[in-house]
Ligand binder design. Structure first.
Ligand SMILES: Nc1ncnc2c1ncn2[C@@H]1O[C@H](COP(=O)(O)OP(=O)(O)OP(=O)(O)O)[C@@H](O)[C@H]1O
Length: 273
């Protein structure tokens, strides 16, 4: 059985923060002389799925890229390690929103993993132990049957599952996911959220997911951060965030009302049992 990294509970405020978490402090990003993000502060607890929501162009993907170190930022990023009782830079896995692939390329899923983890040239045949390791890694995201498929022949959903498996090898402190906005249908998106949700429990992972699907966020996220006006306007449990006036204004009263009524029914039903 996989042992959790710390005693953290993912139930909102009961989390014992400081045991094992990632801290983003005073992040700021400017590109081409324009300020895109400022004063971003966020605590990502291990075992929690934190969804980043916000209007188009608010800076959600920029925040992920800054955390990754792909673009420069001000401020600090720290991982508080329960085991070593110290702070380090977190190790990170990343799944981008999209990948521009040459659909006619002969590169297979196995080639992709082998290129990431070995120095074996792709025109050599891979040792059995490499195949086994790749198959095991792909099994984490129910993608082992795709091992010999060409990357260009994968559907949007299949590619996401392959990239998710790649981001989990080795298991990182922090997993960053940019939800695809095209090339994946609703069923594929739901499967992606379900898989991510199971992984966070099994590996006690800290996950940041940039999302455009509020219904799936409401169903699967432990915490939500709302990005607008260049910063995090509010964060908390889905219930706290979806009842916040700024969020209601951004996404419309109808949606928020419907969510809060469904949530109230769910809690009432649970209390009656
Ligand atoms: N390389 C760049 N140079 C200058 N401005 C940029 C650059 N990349 C992004 N931006 C600007 O930064 C802002 C935030 O973009 P970003 O892609 O992070 O938003 P987003 O919230 O992820 O949007 P969406 O929901 O549409 O994916 C936008 O106004 C965008 O035009």
């Amino acid at each position: 059985m996989i042992q959790p990294k710390c005693n953290h509970s993912s139930q909102g405020t009961s989390c014992q923060c400081g045991l094992c978490c990632t801290k983003i402090t005073n992040f700021g990003v400017s590109r081409g002389g324009t300020e895109i993000l400022r004063d971003v502060n966020l605590h990502i607890h291990c075992g929690d799925l934190t969804a980043i929501i916000g209007p188009n162009g608010a800076g959600k993907s920029t925040l992920l890229k800054a955390i990754l170190g792909e673009i420069p930022h001000t401020g600090e990023l720290q991982f508080l390690d329960a085991k070593n009782k110290g702070t380090t830079k977190p190790s990170m896995g990343y799944v981008p929103q999209k990948l521009d692939l040459d659909s006619s390329s002969p590169t297979s899923v196995l080639d992709l993993f082998a290129a990431a983890h070995t120095r074996v040239p792709i025109w050599f045949s891979y040792p059995q132990r490499i195949r086994e390791r790749v198959r095991e890694t792909l099994a984490r995201t129910q993608a082992e049957h795709l091992i010999n498929k060409r990357l260009g022949a994968l559907s949007g959903g299949e590619l996401q599952r392959v990239l998710l498996a790649l981001a989990l090898d080795p298991i990182p402190h922090l997993l960053l996911l940019d939800e695809p906005v095209s090339g994946i249908d609703q069923k594929g998106l739901e499967l992606f959220y379900k898989t991510v949700s199971i992984l966070r429990k099994d590996y006690d992972l800290s996950i940041i997911l940039v999302s455009h699907d509020l219904n799936l966020v409401a169903e699967y996220a432990d915490r939500v951060a709302f990005v607008d006006h260049k910063t995090i306007e509010c964060s908390g449990t889905p219930q706290e965030v979806f009842s916040n006036d700024k969020v209601v204004q951004a996404f419309g009263l109808d949606w928020s009302d419907r969510y809060l009524r469904t949530e109230k029914d769910r809690v009432d039903n649970a209390l009656m049992v």
